[in-house]
Design a protein around this ligand. Structure first.
Ligand SMILES: Cc1cc2nc3c(=O)[nH]c(=O)nc-3n(C[C@H](O)[C@H](O)[C@H](O)COP(=O)(O)OP(=O)(O)OC[C@H]3O[C@@H](n4cnc5c(N)ncnc54)[C@H](O)[C@@H]3O)c2cc1C
Length: 336
């Protein structure tokens, strides 16, 4: 990431919330469940499934974790009622992991059973490294009982290949992504090409072991490698899927759908949209540049119409440096 890009990313939190919201709105379905349902319906019509994320994290009060569970139950009911092709993705820190592990485990079980009752499934997102052991332990504990849980492994973690070995292949369902948190070099690979290399190695291991593979990336190189591995291992179409974030590289999404691959789009919604959007913008300083330009333009009385034009084109013009994983100390961590 260039010095200029890094400076922009660092100053993003100073940008007025309204300006961030305007440019970042493509990453978030909206504040309400109805808006999420409308987005899923549109994605389903395009041939993509969805996974719904109720925005929010790091809950420290039981009541907040319980209301998150209730919102997910509402989402599962709405998906069922509307006959949509969508499951849900949850974060354990939002379901009380930092309050009490048993409480969190019970919340996950409650949601898994609510989903199972509707023939649906739940994916446990992976958060920062302080939660990895607990996340995998809860997944390993509950999956044999409920059977409809998936988990996530991050290619930037040095432990990922070993974590794959420790998962029972039977019924395992793993989303593989690069990883978004800022972790120390002691535990995480740092080079862009190194993370790619480990992604390919992890995916190859998943396919060799017959683990259901949810391949979550917008990196065309990895998509290309994944297609070669899927072909080499003769993986049937119902044993893998590609996954992408809402609003990111829709052209690649449509190409993969047209090629006949199963595609699932991560659809976040909720009133807690701001931190999520800042993280998406951090991944793409090209867009951050447009936000800053629009903000400065407004401050100096220029035509704010530029904001809209920039927003419409900015995301698609992301250059490779924008997508490099953050280095140590570049900025604070965050979740998807
Ligand atoms: C469905 C899904 C679920 C995820 N779940 C988790 C999780 O549970 N835990 C976790 O740590 N991480 C998660 N992530 C985030 C992931 O770890 C990466 O940070 C993110 O996907 C970017 O990595 P990439 O593989 O797309 O490669 P990158 O090299 O970052 O990006 C490749 C290309 O994609 C485009 N791109 C990437 N991001 C953006 C953006 N914001 N705006 C516009 N273009 C962009 C650019 O063109 C870029 O060149 C998830 C990602 C996806 C797609």
């Amino acid at each position: 990431m260039s010095l200029f890009s890094r400076a922009l990313v660092t100053t993003l939190p100073l940008v007025p919330k309204a300006a961030v919201g305007k440019v970042a709105s493509r990453y978030v379905a909206g504040e309400t469940l109805d808006e999420a349902v409308a987005t899923i319906r549109r994605l389903n019509a395009l041939g993509a499934a969805a996974t719904v994320d109720v925005l929010g994290e790091e809950v420290t009060e039981r009541a907040k974790a319980e209301s998150a569970v209730a919102e997910y139950e509402r989402a599962l009911a709405a998906i069922d009622a509307a006959g949509l092709d969508a499951n849900v993705s949850i974060k354990l820190t939002m379901l009380g992991l930092e309050i009490d592990r048993g409480f969190c485990r019970d919340n996950v079980e409650r949601l898994a059973r609510a989903a199972a009752g509707r023939g649906n499934s739940v994916r446990i997102d992976m958060e920062d490294a302080t939660t990895t052991d607990a996340t995998l332990a809860i997944y390993r504990e509950l999956q044999p009982e409920v059977g409809n849980l998936g988990v996530v492994l991050q290619a930037y973690m040095r432990r990922t290949l070993a974590d794959l070995d420790a998962l029972p292949a039977e019924g395992a369902n793993v989303r593989l992504c690069k990883g978004i948190y800022i972790e120390p070099r002691r535990i995480a690979w740092k080079g862009y090409e190194t993370v790619r290399r480990n992604f390919v190695a992890a995916l190859a291991k998943m396919l060799r072991r017959g683990i259901y593979a949810a391949i979550a990336t917008h990196d065309e190189y990895l998509v290309c490698e994944a297609r070669a591995l899927l072909d080499e291992h003769r993986v049937p179409g119902d044993r893998y899927e590609f996954q992408m974030l809402l609003g990111v590289d829709e052209q690649l999404r449509d190409i993969l759908i047209a090629e006949g691959h199963r595609m699932r789009v991560y659809v976040p919604y909720g009133t807690d949209w701001y931190p999520y959007s800042i993280r998406r913008l951090r991944e793409n300083p090209e867009v951050a540049r447009h936000v800053m330009r629009a903000t400065i333009g407004r401050a100096f009385g220029r035509n704010s119409g530029r904001t809209r034009g920039a927003a419409d084109h900015g995301f698609r013009s992301a250059g490779p440096p924008a997508a490099r994983p953050p280095e140590d100390g570049a900025s604070s961590g965050g979740s998807r």
